[in-house]
Design a binder for this molecule. Structure first.
Ligand code: AMP
Length: 401
C-alpha cells in the first residue's frame, strides 16, 4: 500500500534549505524527520509563494518533488478542527493515495486529518472517514462528486484547493466534473495548480478559476526528463509481439510496458504470463484492490514486468524502473513524455524503447520534434526492421481507449 509510506528515491535538489521557504518550525521538523535535506527546484520556487496565499501554477512533472511542493504549504496554512478546508483533486487513485501518504506525514504538526475519496472501492469506509470530519479531502473528481451529491461532504468552507496534474485530469475526460466541483467552492480561496504542460484548456481553467496566479516553470527544455536514452524499433505490424519478447530478454531490469487499450493490456499480460515472465498488469477495468496489489508486486520486484495503459500508468511513483517499453505508440507527445518519466526518476538512468510500425511514423516525428533530436533506430536479432523511405508517411490510425 502507498498509505503511510512516502516513496523515497533520489531526486535533484537545490542548495537552498527548507528554513528559507517561509515554513514554520513544526512543518520543517516533519520534513527533516523523513530525511529531506534540501528542497527540489519546484519546492524552492512554489513553497515561498504558496505559503503567502497567492495562487500558483507550477509547471512540473511527477518525479520533481511536486507533491511536497503543494502539501507543505497546505500543512502550513491549515489547522485542525474546522471541517473540510483543504481539497486536493488528483487524476488517478494511485496519485491520490500517494498524496495522502505525504499529508499524513507533513500534516502531523498541525494535527491535520485526511480522507481519501477514490473510485473503484467501497463508499462505506469513505463515508466513515468523512463522518470523522477530516480537515483535508484528497479525491478523484468523479468519486468526490458522488459524495457531494449524496450530501456526504460539503465543500463550502474550502480555503485551500490543489489541482494536481491538471492536464492529466483533462486527458482523462474529467473537465465536466472538475468544473462542477470548482463551481461549488467558495470564490475566496487559495488555489495551486500543477500541470506538466499548459494547453489552452488549462489556461482557460486558470483564467476562470484562479486569481492572478504566479507562474513557476521548471519543466526541462524539450519537455523530456534527463537521464533517459530513447530507442526506436520500427517493425512490421505482425512483428510487434516478437520484438517485445526479444526486448524483454535483452533488458532484465524492472520494466513497464505501455499499451493503448485495456483489452490489449489483458491480451499482452496473458501472452507474457504464458511465456513464463513474472508479469502483472494495471488498467482501469481492474478493481482498486487488484491495482494496488499489482503495483505492490511490481514495486517489491516479485513481478519484474508491469503492463499498463496510460490511464493507470501515469503518475506511478516507483523507484528503480529501468526500462519503459511503448508497445503501442502513445497518442500524444505529452503521453510519451509522461510514460518515459516513469523511468530515470530522480538521479537514476533509464531506457525508453518504442516499438512502432509505419503507421506510427507521423507520431514518431512529432515526438522527435519535442525531444529536439532524432531517436536512434535500433534492431533486435531475428526481426527484420521496417525501413523508412523519404515519402510522406500515411496518416496514423487511431484506436481509442
Ligand atoms: P514527486 O514528484 O512528488 O512524486 O516526488 C518524487 C520523489 O522525490 C518522491 O520519492 C519523494 O519522496 C522525493 N522527494 C521529494 N522532495 C524531496 C526532497 N526535498 N528531498 C529528497 N527527496 C524528495
Amino acid at each position: 500500500m502507498f498509505t503511510g509510506a512516502i516513496p523515497q528515491h533520489p531526486v535533484a535538489t537545490t542548495d537552498k534549505t527548507f528554513d528559507e521557504l517561509g515554513l514554520s518550525a513544526e512543518v520543517i521538523e516533519a520534513v527533516r524527520a523523513i530525511g529531506f535535506v534540501n528542497p527540489t527546484p519546484i519546492q524552492a520556487a512554489v513553497i515561498p509563494i504558496a505559503v503567502t496565499g497567492r495562487d500558483v501554477i507550477g509547471l512540473a512533472q511527477t518525479g520533481s518533488g511536486k507533491t511536497a511542493a503543494f502539501v507543505l504549504p497546505l500543512a502550513e496554512r491549515l489547522t485542525h478542527g474546522k471541517g473540510v478546508r483543504g481539497l486536493i483533486l488528483s487524476p488517478t487513485r494511485e496519485i491520490a493515495l500517494q498524496t495522502q501518504a505525504f499529508l499524513e506525514v507533513f500534516g502531523k504538526g498541525h494535527g491535520l486529518t485526511t480522507a481519501c475519496l477514490i473510485g473503484g472501492v467501497r463508499m462505506k469506509p469513505q463515508i466513515d472517514a468523512l463522518r470523522a470530519e477530516p480537515d483535508i479531502v484528497v479525491a478523484t473528481p468523479g468519486r468526490l462528486l458522488d459524495h457531494v451529491k449524496r450530501g456526504n461532504v460539503k465543500l463550502d468552507h474550502v480555503e485551500e484547493l490543489v489541482l494536481d496534474e491538471a492536464d492529466h485530469m483533462l486527458d482523462l475526460g474529467f473537465l465536466p466534473q472538475m468544473r462542477e466541483v470548482l463551481r461549488r467552492l467558495p470564490r475566496v480561496r487559495h488555489t495551486t495548480m500543477f500541470s506538466a504542460t499548459m494547453p489552452d484548456s488549462i489556461e482557460m481553467i486558470a483564467k476562470e478559476f484562479m486569481n492572478e496566479p504566479a507562474r513557476v516553470d521548471i519543466t526541462p527544455v524539450g519537455g523530456a526528463a534527463e537521464g533517459i536514452s530513447h530507442r526506436l524499433y520500427l517493425v512490421k505490424l505482425e512483428d510487434k509481439r516478437n520484438c517485445l519478447l526479444a526486448l524483454l530478454h535483452q533488458e532484465l531490469g524492472s520494466t513497464l510496458v505501455f499499451v493503448r487499450r485495456k483489452i490489449d493490456a489483458e491480451w499482452l499480460f496473458h501472452i507474457l504470463d504464458r511465456q513464463g515472465h513474472p508479469v502483472t498488469r494495471i488498467h482501469a477495468d481492474r478493481s482498486q484492490g487488484r491495482r494496488v496489489e499489482a503495483l505492490d508486486d511490481f514495486r517489491s520486484g516479485s513481478h519484474r514486468i508491469l503492463v499498463a495503459t496510460d490511464i493507470a500508468g501515469r503518475g506511478i511513483d516507483i523507484p528503480g524502473i529501468t526500462h519503459v517499453i511503448n508497445f503501442d505508440i502513445p497518442e500524444s507527445t505529452d503521453d510519451y513524455v509522461h510514460r518515459g518519466g516513469r523511468t530515470a526518476r530522480g538521479a537514476s538512468e533509464g531506457v525508453v524503447s518504442t516499438i512502432a510500425t509505419w503507421q506510427d511514423v507521423p507520431m514518431v516525428r512529432q515526438i522527435e520534434a519535442v525531444l529536439g533530436e532524432k531517436i536512434p533506430r535500433c534492431t533486435v536479432p531475428g526481426i527484420e526492421p521496417w525501413v523508412e523511405s523519404d515519402r510522406p508517411a500515411a496518416r496514423t490510425r487511431r484506436n481509442r481507449v
